[in-house]
Design a binder for this molecule. Structure first.
Ligand code: ZN
Length: 185
């Protein structure tokens, strides 16, 4: 849980620290607004992916299921700046499938925390693997990090791509290629 009172104090100090006057008109409500914002964008800390993925349907086929272009917003734990982009999740069902919206909710649970993109990618893969007890999972995340693009280290629009594979995907190049091909269509 975000301690909003503490965050408000910190934001007042931050404003002083950067040479601003926290009492001027435009900033007077800023600590309260920022505290509320953190409560919302970090709400995933108190959530469990299982509550979404626990709802499953019986599947007769073991063919690959791909949900692509799941938009997400997260917060980089190194700079407290947003990073955002798209997640693509493929899995091989073993008797159980989940509703497509539940995959998007799962991405949100892990995105709404202080994160690193690599960890976010792995956590999504582990949650789908464990909760659906499937044969394999592959997750790709493409994101723009404002801590990079705003500071000119990288060009705006450039993206970082991470991949996580579990189960059958780990050693099967054919399955991996099928994933990449399905993403392109
Ligand atoms: Zn960063």
């Amino acid at each position: 849980m975000v301690d909003e009172e503490k965050v408000q104090q910190a934001i007042r100090l931050l404003l002083e620290g950067i040479g601003e006057d926290p009492k001027r008109e435009g900033l007077i409500d800023t600590p309260r607004r920022v505290a509320r914002m953190y409560s919302e964008v970090l709400a995933g800390m108190d959530e469990d992916a299982g509550q979404h993925l626990g709802r499953t349907f019986t599947a007769t086929s073991g063919d690959m299921v791909l949900e692509r272009d799941i938009t997400f917003f997260s917060t980089c734990e190194h700079h407290l700046m947003p990073f955002f982009g798209k997640a693509h999740i493929a899995y091989l069902p073993d008797g159980k499938v989940t509703g497509l919206s539940k995959l998007a909710r799962t991405v949100e649970v892990f995105a709404r925390r202080l994160q690193m993109q690599e960890r976010l990618t792995g956590q999504i893969a582990d949650a789908v693997m464990d909760e659906l007890s499937c044969k394999g999972v592959m997750v790709m995340v493409e994101a723009e990090h404002t801590c990079m693009t705003m500071r000119g280290v990288k060009k705006p629009g450039s993206s970082t791509v991470t991949v996580a594979m579990r189960g059958a995907f780990e050693k099967d190049e054919k399955l991996q290629n099928q994933f990449y091909q399905m993403l392109r269509h």
